[in-house]
Structure formats: structure tokens, C-alpha cells
Design a binder for this molecule. Sequence first.
Ligand SMILES: [Zn+2]
Ligand SMILES: [Zn+2]
Length: 641
Amino acid sequence: MTPLEELRHSASHILATALLRIYPDAKLDIGPPTDTGFYYDIDLDHKLTAEDLARIEAEMKKVADENQPFLRREVSREEAADIIRSRGQERYKLGRLGDIPEGEKISFYQNGEFMDLCAGTHVRYSSKLKAFKLLSIAGAYHRGDEKNKQLQRIYGTAFPTREELARYLEQLEQAKHRDHRKLGRDLRLFVIDEDVGQGLILWTPNGAIIRQELQDFISAELRKQGYSQVFTPHIGKLELYKISGHFPYYKASQFTPVVENESLAKILQEGCSCADMVVRLDAVSSHLAAQVNERTGRETITPDRVLPDDRLLDGFMLKPMNCPHHIKIYSSQPHSYRDLPVRLAEFGTVYRWEQSGELNGMTRVRGFTQDDAHLFCTEDQVAQELLGCLALVKIVLTTLGMSDYRVRVGLRDPDSNKYTGQKENWDKAEAACREAAKTLGVSFTEEPGEAAFYGPKIDFVVKDVIGREWQLGTVQVDYNLPIRFDLTYSGADNQPHRPVMIHRAPFGSMERFCGVLIEHFGGDFPVWLSPEQVRLVPISEKTLDYGNELLALLKAAGVRATVDAHNDKLGAKIRRAEVEKVPYALVLGGKEAEARSVSVRSRARGDEGTVPFDQFLAKVLEEIRLKSLSVKKPPAGAGPA
Ligand SMILES: [Zn+2]
Ligand SMILES: [Zn+2]
């Protein structure tokens, strides 16, 4: 553990110590550190409230002040079980003890009267915990499984200093106002309807504008980089995912397959049980298994999943990935080395089965549209293609004012042999990832063991304006699928060669990316992304005609505008435009109508005075064209920096 994780994890021991003083009957599960703090999952009949949290926190303070040392004790498995039972914690802790592999050391840590099964590590004394806070209580299923009991999860955070804690709490406060679920509702950007289904985003007109603008922007950049747009359906045959290996290996994270009515009726007649049906869905035909196994040079499809053809049951899957469809487009034609790289891009919608407890607004969903593309290239082109992918990310993030980001390069675990492909290829691809990451001019870390089994990858983590980090998408090099699907191109030697695939969805999904952007901008989107760019505000009915005339001109120029024809006071109209976060409100009085001018109120800079309408139009069009970020007016008296 890092020193910060150590501090936070120790805080969860101290939390448990305090909790048991107040609720001796509480049954403890686990209390790990997280990226932003720590939690402890507990089973307690009493439903904890905010007042209870304050009480527990006060007790934690006492425990910290008692300056208890953290003492380690190694025990045998039997002793461990005895300790757990003697403390009345067998409900979850015995199971956790069972998780520890045979032969591994088993240890307890004691601080004061409390003792917990734990591998460590911890701070030396409880008094190290000076700056902490309990934040919230949430439900969490034991082992994240909905079939298990729901426990209460107490979240908290801890920092080395009070200043850092204060800064973090301030950030949390700001984050509440920026919560994309709240802003999404207030600004009518998206809805989730229980009748449609949890985790399925309905993009309402305002949100759809933002998504479309982003897609257009990304598409234009992709065209410049030589990508070809493709479209593919939302489903594919099970067989396809058996070849790719997505099914049944990732079955738990996918929607149940769709089986045709006729096949279902037929197997019902045969008296096929559900269990039998699952086996027949999962299995692969023997000739397909032989083909894949021969191509991969190993037994990737094992005999216990192979059935004779007439025992197989075929169906369709909601696609969990776009790769197999794009692969089929590639393999539909012969390719020469001169055609490569082939770059196929699609805003492709995919479906994944997430536990309902994991769902969260737009950022954790069950259906989402990836900014996906697959590049098919020669071994020698990998480095150049990675550079192109990263250049695109840089352009998009910089345009959105997210210049604070870092990348993680996922490499092989040097001690593992789970990776497919040849060592030399891996070496080259890893070096290419590292070199590409360097060109970005931002910080990057290398993470051994984080590569996919089929190739190294680059992940993007952006920091938003209030300093929170968001993991976006990824670029992955893949040696595996070209083999499984037997992809080839003919080389200069006229012989067939294997292309390398690069999967890239650098922004992850449109849902997640927009969710992050809503919070990043706090709803104050730059003009080019704003669902409504200009609000015309006639002072009274007398200038309504002038308003409608300008509306027609704005619309003809491609500016998204409306007229506020309500019958209320000017102040109310201006406030409405502000609440709805419209970048420009143009106040139209008699004088303005006569002079064909507008009185400009900017969301970012306040009153900007009266200017001829044509001048305003030219300025706003330029701002849209340049995708300018909203620049706030410097405070009065501020000199040059
Ligand atoms: Zn511990
Ligand atoms: Zn892919």
C-alpha cells in the first residue's frame, strides 16, 4: 500500500473500533481503502443515520487520541477461526478467511481492544489519523452479489493534513452542484425511465444536441486521419462471439442471449431442461472449435464446451463489443499491404449487464455508444497508428479545456505466461505504447500486469476543473483476434501475413463522456455545445416582432436560438436564461429595434453593452466555429498576469 492508502485503511480499522464500541452486535465484512478514502461494510439491524455517523466519527476521534499501536500477529488457520469466533464475527470473516489461499500467511492486526483479520499494512499508531471525515452510508451487497444480503457501507476519507481534507471536502461540495444526474434533470439533458429499464439512457432533445455536436467534432477529426465510417447492427450471432471468445467467457457481464422462437419451441418439445439449454447455448461445434484451436495454436476452445452440431442451440447476442462486426467488414475483402492501415470507425452501441447496485446516471450504464474504431495494420505501422490515436485524444481534450490528464500504459506482467502472441511483437508494441505516450507531453505511468492478455494498452484519465479524476477510454493493441478470425493481408512478398489490430475508444462511451463533461462544465457548456446558444428577450410585446425577425436570421445562420415570449418582467426573463444556462441573452427594447442592435448579456461575462445585431451574429458564429471555451471577464482592476 502507498502511505496514503495505509492511512486510509488504518482509518477503516479505527472506524470498526469505534463502531463496535457503540454497536457491539455489528457484524463486520471488509474495510479497504479506495481512490478517495475508505469504507467498511457492516451488517447491523439498526439503519444508520447521519446523526449516527457523527457519533461514530466522534468516537473515532477518541480512538485516534488514545494513540493505540497497530500490532501484527501471525496465526494458523485454526487459530484464526478461533479468534474470529471468540469475537462473534464468524458471519462474514470466516468466509474472508476461506478466501486466503492455502500456504499464504494469515495475520491479525490489533489496535486497542479491536482485532481484525488483515494482511496489512497500517500506520504505526492510531494518532496518525488526524484529518478524517465520515461521509455517507450506502447499501452494498456482500461480495457485490445481489443474491447476498445487503450490508451498510460507511464511506469516509482521510488525508495526511487538515488542509488537504478541507480542500477535498470543498471539492465534494462543488461536485454536488455539478452532479450530472441533477444537472441532467434540471437542464433536461437525459432521462432514465424505469419502464424502459435501469441503466438505459434516453437522450432528450437538449442532451442529444450535445452528443451530436461531439460526435460531429470527433468524426471530422477521424476523417482527417483517414478513418472510414461504418455502421453495424446491435446484435450478432452467438457463434460470432464464440469465435471471438467473448462468449461464454464474459457471460456474466452480458445480457442473456436471444433465442429464436422456433428453436425454443423445438427444444421444449424435446423436453430440454434449462440447465441443458444453457450447456447447448454455451457449446461450440466441433469443427469450429478445431478451426479456432488450430489457428491459435493452442486449445482455446476446450472439449467440455464442444458438442456435435445437431445438439447446438444458436441464438443472438446484444453486442457487448463492436470488434467482431468490424472484423467481418475487414475480412469481407482481400487486402494488400498497400491498403493498410484499414481504419473502421463507428459510434457503436453495445450492451453490458451491470449489477443494478453499480449503475450510476450516465457514467455506469447497461447500454452505451462507444466512440469505437478498429485499425488493421502491419506490425511496422503499430507505432505510427498509436501516435495518431493519441493525437486525436489530445485535440479533443484540449478543445474541451481538459488539458489536465494523464495516461497509464498497461504492460505485461513479466512473470506471467498468460499472454498470447510472440515475445518480440509484445516488446515492440510495448515500446510503441511507451513512445506514443511520451509524445503527449503529459505525465504517464507504466503499469506492469495491466495489459490485456492479447496486447498492451493505453488508458486515459482526465482531471476535471474541480480536480476529480475520471477514467475515460482506452487504446489497445491486439494480436489475438486477428488469429482467432484468421485475418490476413498479402505482403510485398505476395504471401499472406497477419495484421495487428488496434481497438480504440479513447473517450470510452458517449454516455460516460457526456456525463463527465456535464460535471466538468457544471452545465455551462461552451457556445458550440450549448443546446440553446442565444435567447432573444423582448422587453415587451412591442419588440416581439423584432425578436422573431432576429430569430429567423439566427436560425438561418445555423445558430440555436429561441424567443422568450412570456408575459413577465425583464428581470424574470433574464434570470430564466441564466438558470437554463444559455450563453447569450439579447435584450430587445424599442431603441434596439430602431437601431437594429441588441443589448448583450453574456453568461460568462455579464453585461456586454449594445452592439449592432450583425456584429453580434458575426462574433457568435466565430465563437462557434473556433469551438471557443467560455472565457470569464477578469475581475475589475486585475492587471496582466
Ligand atoms: Zn488492515
Ligand atoms: Zn474492439
